[in-house]
Design a protein around this ligand. Sequence first.
Ligand code: ATP
Ligand code: MG
Length: 283
Amino acid sequence: MLSFDHVSFSYPAYAAGAAPQGIITDVSFEISRGEFAALIGENGAGKSTLCRLCNGLLKPVSGKVTLDGRDTRSVKTSVLARSVGYLFQNPDRQLCQNTVREEIRFGLEYAFAGTGLSPAELEGEKNRRCEEMLELFGLDGNRDPFGLSRGERQQCALASVLARRPELLVLDEPTTGLDYRECMTIMDIISGLHAEGAAIIMISHDMEVVADFARRCLVLSRGRLIGDGPAKEVVRNKKLLDEASLLPPQIVSLALGLGRGFEEIFTIDDMVSAVERAAGRGK
Ligand SMILES: Nc1ncnc2c1ncn2[C@@H]1O[C@H](COP(=O)(O)OP(=O)(O)OP(=O)(O)O)[C@@H](O)[C@H]1O
Ligand SMILES: [Mg+2]
């Protein structure tokens, strides 16, 4: 559904006459329907930039980004936004309404263009989707988004994206800065969407979250795609992670240190079973 074909991008130079800085260099990959891919890489690797290329907020300088065969250069961003949901790295860049309910409705503004619904049907559908999201996230629709905690603002921003039921979700660090409970609430909702068939691209610095939820993992370093494979292989590949200044999840580091018999460990539960087996107590 999404394809990057030899994509390069640079932001315009600030100083007159200065050479533009290469930010994304010759990146190619494809994301199919229903995939769950994590995008990892060091700070400044170009992850957020790559996400903004997915939905046409930025256009490639060379190469081509296509969404269901449509070149992002030739389709309006508002049209692309109907099939790509994008969660900004900072939710405050996304929130702009007076109440949580209005915020979610705002996300639905262009969602039904061309569907032929009458104004009354449109209103009913917007209300229904809005209430569905408030319930899913446990949010109070009457609150001012800016009076919410960081975690609640993140949930509000995500709710307004999900209300559109996008086929592709691009999430820029959806769990950064959240406590464990908030992180799991958001990841459960994202997993639910994936189970319903949405494709997901999720930037994360949390390697535990990557190992637990993503099926595929793309590694970006200094604007180049240096790795792309099953998440469970990538998070164990120390050489590749080193190159991108990343560390494996702690439990995987421990398993790598323990060596034989501990190869297939990605979670605490895996580790408990492996230790029990090693102690002769396993089933
Ligand atoms: N609007 C912009 N104008 C000019 N340069 C930019 C702009 N946004 C980002 N950059 C530069 O592009 C590079 C990649 O930034 P980007 O935000 O894509 O990285 P990132 O991998 O998302 O980093 P982080 O993990 O810190 O979020 C950085 O060197 C950054 O300074
Ligand atoms: Mg970023």
